[in-house]
Ligand binder design. Sequence first.
Ligand code: HEM
Length: 403
Amino acid sequence: RLATKRLPPGSMGLPVIGQSLSLLKAMKANTGDEWFQDRIRKYGPISKLSLFGTPSIFLHGQAANKFIYTCDGNKLANNQPKSISRLMGERSIIELSGEDHKRIRAALVSFLKPEVLKQYVGKLDEEIRHHLDMHWHGKQEVKVGPLMKTLTFNIICSLIFGIERGERRDLLVGLFQELIAGVLAIPVNLPFTQFNRSLQANAKIKAIVMDLIREKRAAFEQQGASPHQDLITCLLSMRDEDNSSVLSDEEILDNAKIVMIAGHDTTSILLTVMVRLFANDPSVYEAVSQVWAFSMTQMDETIFPNPSKFDPKRFEQQVPAPPYSFVAFGGGPRICPGYEFVKIETLAMVHYLVTRFTWKLSCKDDSFSREPLPVFNQGLPIQITPKESSGALQSRALRGDRI
Ligand code: HEM
C-alpha cells in the first residue's frame, strides 16, 4: 500500500489491456496528441497507466525530458519487450546498456559522423538521381509516400549493406517489411500469425546478412577492400588493442538490421511531410527553391567540398529551441546517431526536388494515421511538372562542381 501511495495519479484500466487499445485507436485516427493532452488535463504532467501489458508512467514536458535524457542508467534503463528482442536481436544497440551500449554506439557513430559521411555523398547522390530517373521523370502523377520509402530503403541498403541494385536488394525489401510488421503484432508464434511471418522473415534476413558478412570479410582481408565501403565492412574491420574484433558477427548482424530499420522509415516520412508542406504553402517552396537555385545551401562544410556554394548562416541565425524541448531525435546518451545522416539525405533529396520539379497535391485527403509511424492515408499523390531548363545544371551543383 505504501508503494501505491507514492505512485502518480491515473487509472491502470482493464487488466492486461490497460489503455493500449484506446491509445492505438487514437493514433490510427491521428488524434494521439489530443489523447495525451486529455491525460495531461485530467492527471497533470505525470500519470500512471498500463500499456501493452506493462505498468507504465507517462511523463510530459521539458523537465521530464531532461530527467529521462540525463538519468543515470542504473535508475532508468531501456527495456524492450521480449518480442522485440526476438525480432531485432539481443545484441542490437537498443537492447544494450552500460559499456556494451557505449562500445556499439561508438562503432556506429564512427561510420555516421560527418567527416566519414562525406565519403558517401557520391553514392547517395547516385541513388537519388537513379530514383528520380526511374520513378519521377516522365510521370505526371506520383505517390510520394511509397516512393520516398523505396528511395530511403535503397539508400540505406547501399550504405549499410553495400548491396548493389538487383535481386538480393529486392528480396530484402520484402523481408524487412515483414519483419517490421511484427514489431506491433501480438507476439503469438503460430503458423498463421503475423509474428510468425516476421520471425520467418528474420531468419531469412539473418542468413542473407551472415553470407554478406562472410563475403565482406573475405573482400577486406584477402582483396584489400576499403573498410569505408559500407557499414558492415567498417564494423568488421574494427580492432581493439590486442587486435581482436570490436564487434562479434552477431553484433554486426543485429546492429546492421537496427540501423536499416531506424534509418529508412523515419526519413521517408520526413521527406513526404516536406513535399506536402511545400505543396500546401507555396511561399515555403518558393523560399527553398530560391535558396537552392541561387546561393545553394548546406549545413556542414565538412560534408560538401565547395562550401562557398552553401549558405548555412541563414539557418543558424534562428533562435535555438530551449534545451530538452525539441526531442524529435531523442537526447542524452541515446540521442539518434543518424541525425547528421538525415540532414544530408534530406537536403540532397529536397535539392533535387525543388530544382527539378514543381508540384501540387492531387488528392483531397492529405492526412495520415499513425501505425505507430505516420502512414499517409492515400499515399500523398501529387501532380508534378518538370523544370526542364534548370535540372541538369543544378544537379551538378550538389556534387560540388562549379556552375
Ligand atoms: C527523421 C529521421 C529520424 C528520426 C526522427 C529519428 C529519431 C530517433 C529517436 C527519437 C531515437 C531514440 C533516442 C532515445 O532513445 O532517446 C533514435 C535512435 C536511433 N536512431 Fe534515429 N531517427 C531518424 C533517423 C535515423 C537514421 C537515418 C539512422 C541511421 C542511419 C538512425 C539510427 C538510430 C539508432 C541506431 C538509434 C538507437 C540509438 C541508441 O540507442 O543509442 N536514425 N532515433
